[in-house]
Design a protein around this ligand. Sequence first.
Ligand code: ZN
Length: 113
Amino acid sequence: MLKSLLERLRNGEGVVVEDYKTVYVWGFVEEVPYETLYFNKGRWIIERLNCFSAIDLGLGTCNCNSHPTFLEETISRKEALELLKKYIQQKQREAASAEREMAWLDEAIASAE
Ligand SMILES: [Zn+2]
C-alpha cells in the first residue's frame, strides 16, 4: 500500500486524503475531493477545496470567478507522512468492514433456502 502510494505521488498523481461528501437532491451521494496531497519538485503540497458551491464539482451554482475553487498550501514532510498514515489507516478500516460484510453474506447465503 505505502509503496504504491509513494509511486503515485512520484508520478505527480494526487492522493485524496479527505473526501467531502454531499448529497444530491435526487438522492445520489457524490464525493468530491476535499484534501488532496501532491508531491511536486521536492515539496509536499496539500490542495484543499475552497468553494463549497462550485458548479464544476456539482456542488452549487458558483462559477468561482472571484476566488479559486481549490487552494494550495505547502506542508512539511512530517505533516505529509502523517496524512499518508491516516489515509492507510482509513483504507484498513474500510477493508475490515468489507470483510465483515462478506462474512455476514456468506452466513446469510448458507442459511438461505
Ligand atoms: Zn466558487
